[in-house]
Ligand binder design. Structure first.
Ligand SMILES: CC(C)(COP(=O)(O)OP(=O)(O)OC[C@H]1O[C@@H](n2cnc3c(N)ncnc32)[C@H](O)[C@@H]1OP(=O)(O)O)[C@@H](O)C(=O)NCCC(=O)NCCS
Length: 188
């Protein structure tokens, strides 16, 4: 399949190229960015290159796989971060994630970019439900999910490892009908 590009008022979610690998590694190696993430430190350029090569070969979102869009600002083409999107093997449920450069935070880019991925998942793939999982100390990420209408469904106790430290795993969910109601409530 052809990898889709999604556009919002201020942002473009575009397929990654090999040139995006080194900045992706740099974003994930920033200690503050990585503090609530399970990915290994440092996140090497080689690891990012393997991931991007796999995404290019995959060609776009696919059942049973994660995909990553590069999140670009339309006004100047600047990359502000990336948006992750997973489809389950049956095509019923999806999952989202997001990372911004520290300088790009506080503008609503993660919320706006993730909204586009959610809309795509519910309309293009006919998903029933989209989930997110996080470290409950990640309050910035919780606020993103709350703004998008996700429900906190509970925490798994001591299930989420960040390096050698275990913490609870927060689970969030959003059904398609809830998204439609949320979206309708946010239209002018
Ligand atoms: C999680 C993360 C993406 C959140 O970034 P963020 O900038 O707070 O989120 P958004 O881009 O949606 O911006 C929302 C903030 O911008 C503000 N904002 C400013 N202009 C805005 C606009 N036009 N629209 C919406 N929000 C706007 C909001 O008030 C909000 O600030 P607040 O949370 O203090 O109220 C960021 O902290 C990050 O990259 N962390 C590291 C990686 C990570 O932990 N990812 C989560 C994986 S579970």
């Amino acid at each position: 399949m052809t990898a889709p590009t999604l556009t919002t008022a201020r942002l473009r979610l575009r397929p990654p190229t090999m040139a995006d690998a080194a900045p992706m590694a740099e974003r994930r190696s920033d200690p503050e960015t990585a503090q609530f993430q399970a990915w290994p430190q440092p996140y090497t350029v080689e690891k990012a290159e393997r991931m991007v090569a796999g995404l290019i070969e995959q060609g776009g979102p696919a059942r049973g796989c994660w995909y990553q869009w590069v999140l670009e600002r339309v006004s100047d083409g600047e990359v502000v971060g990336d948006i992750a999107f997973r489809l389950d093997a049956d095509g019923h449920n999806g999952e989202v994630g997001y990372v911004l450069w520290p300088w790009a935070r506080g503008h609503g880019y993660a919320t706006e970019g993730t909204a586009a991925a959610i809309e795509y998942g519910f309309t293009e793939w006919g998903l029933h439900r989209i989930e997110a999982e996080l470290d409950p100390r990640n309050t910035g990420s919780i606020r993103v999910l709350e703004r998008l209408g996700f429900r906190h469904e509970g925490n798994q106790i001591e299930a989420y490892w960040v390096g050698d430290t275990v913490t609870d795993s927060g689970h969030y969910g959003l059904l398609r009908r809830e998204w439609e109601a949320h979206r309708a409530g946010h239209q002018d």
